[in-house]
Design a protein around this ligand. Structure first.
Ligand code: OGA
Ligand code: MN
Length: 276
C-alpha cells in the first residue's frame, strides 16, 4: 500500500489496495490515512460492487442511513447521489460537511463513481485541521469555547432550498426536523487534532447569539476554511472510490457538466459524539 498526497495539506491517494478485500491491518491503515489527510481516493476498484461496498462499510463499522437522498430497494444502505442529464441542480454543490445537523454526526462516507460525465464533476475537499491551525491567534481566541447550532431544515423542508430547484422531486424527508449543538472547535475523536466545525450549509448561529449577530464571524471562518491551500480535488474515473472524514473535511461537488448525467453511490459511516 502506497500513500501519495493529493495536495500538500489535504487528501491522499491510496495505491496498491483492493477495498473489496481490505480488512484487519489494511483497513486500519486506510482509516488512519483518512483521519490524517481527511479524504482518500482509491482508483481502479472495478470489483467494488454494491454488495462489496456494503460489506466494506460493515467491516469499517456502523452505517447511517441518509434521510434525504433516494435509496434503492435492493440496497437500502446505499444512497443514490444522482443528477440526470436534464437536471441543472446537483446534490452537494456548495461547500458543506455531511450530517452536522445530527446529534452524533456521521463519521464520513464512502462514495463510488457509477456514472460519470465525459468531463467535469470533480469534488473539492478542504481540511478543517489545517483551516483551524492557520487562523490568526486572535480569531482562535474569539471562537474558543463557543458552540453553534446546526440544522438541515432550511435545505430539505417543503419550501426549502432544494424544493425550489429541479432536484425537488428526487429528495425525501421534507417533513423531518433536525437540530444539534456542537462546539465550534472540536477534537478529532480518534487523533485528538483540533478541527474547525462550523459549515456554511448547516450552521445557523452561535449559541447565545442571533443569526444576524453570528454571520460576520461565521463568514470570517468560512473564508478561512476554504482558503485554496487547505483544499484538494478528487477527479473521478470509472472505478474510483473516495472515503472521507466529515469531521476533518468539507466538500463541494462541482456542477460543471450540464447536459450530462452523473451518478454516485454513497454509504454513510456512523460517527461518535463530538467534544471540544
Ligand atoms: C455527498 C456529496 C459529492 C459528490 O454525497 O455527500 O456531497 O461529488 N456528494 O457527489
Ligand atoms: Mn455531501
Amino acid at each position: 500500500m502506497e500513500l501519495v498526497p493529493l495536495a500538500p495539506k489535504c487528501g491522499v491517494e491510496i495505491k496498491g489496495v483492493r477495498l473489496a478485500q481490505a480488512e484487519g491491518e489494511t483497513l486500519d491503515a486506510i482509516r488512519s490515512a483518512i483521519y490524517t489527510h481527511g479524504v482518500a481516493l482509491v482508483r481502479g476498484q472495478d470489483d467494488f460492487t454494491p454488495d462489496a461496498h456494503i460489506a466494506f462499510a460493515k467491516r469499517w463499522g456502523g452505517i447511517d442511513i441518509n434521510n434525504y437522498f433516494p435509496l434503492t430497494d435492493e440496497h437500502p444502505e446505499i444512497a443514490v447521489v444522482r443528477k440526470k442529464a436534464d437536471q441543472e441542480t446537483n446534490i452537494g454543490g456548495a461547500w458543506h460537511t455531511d450530517h452536522s445537523y445530527d446529534q452524533v454526526p456521521a463519521m464520513g462516507s464512502i462514495l463510488v463513481a457509477r456514472l460519470l460525465p465525459p468531463s467535469g464533476g470533480d469534488t473539492m475537499f478542504a481540511h478543517m485541521g489545517e483551516a483551524y491551525d492557520a487562523l490568526p491567534q486572535g480569531l482562535k481566541d474569539e471562537i474558543d469555547g463557543l458552540q453553534a447550532f446546526h440544522t438541515a431544515d432550511h435545505v430539505y423542508k417543503e419550501d426549502g432550498i432544494y424544493a425550489q430547484t429541479d432536484m425537488a422531486g428526487d429528495l425525501r424527508g421534507q417533513g423531518l426536523k433536525t437540530g444539534a449543538v456542537h462546539p465550534v472547535v472540536i477534537r478529532h475523536p480518534v487523533t485528538g487534532r483540533k478541527l474547525l466545525y462550523v459549515n456554511s450549509a448547516f450552521t445557523i448561529h452561535f449559541v447565545g447569539k442571533t443569526r444576524a449577530e453570528s454571520l460576520p464571524l461565521l463568514h470570517r471562518l468560512y473564508d478561512a476554511a476554504t482558503a485554496a491551500d487547505n483544499t484538494c480535488r478528487v477527479a473521478w474515473e470509472p472505478g474510483s472510490v473516495a472515503i472521507w472524514d466529515n469531521r476533518t473535511t468539507w466538500h463541494n461537488a462541482l456542477n460543471d457538466y450540464q447536459g450530462y448525467a452523473r451518478e454516485m453511490h454513497r454509504i454513510t459511516l456512523s460517527g461518535e459524539p463530538l467534544a471540544a
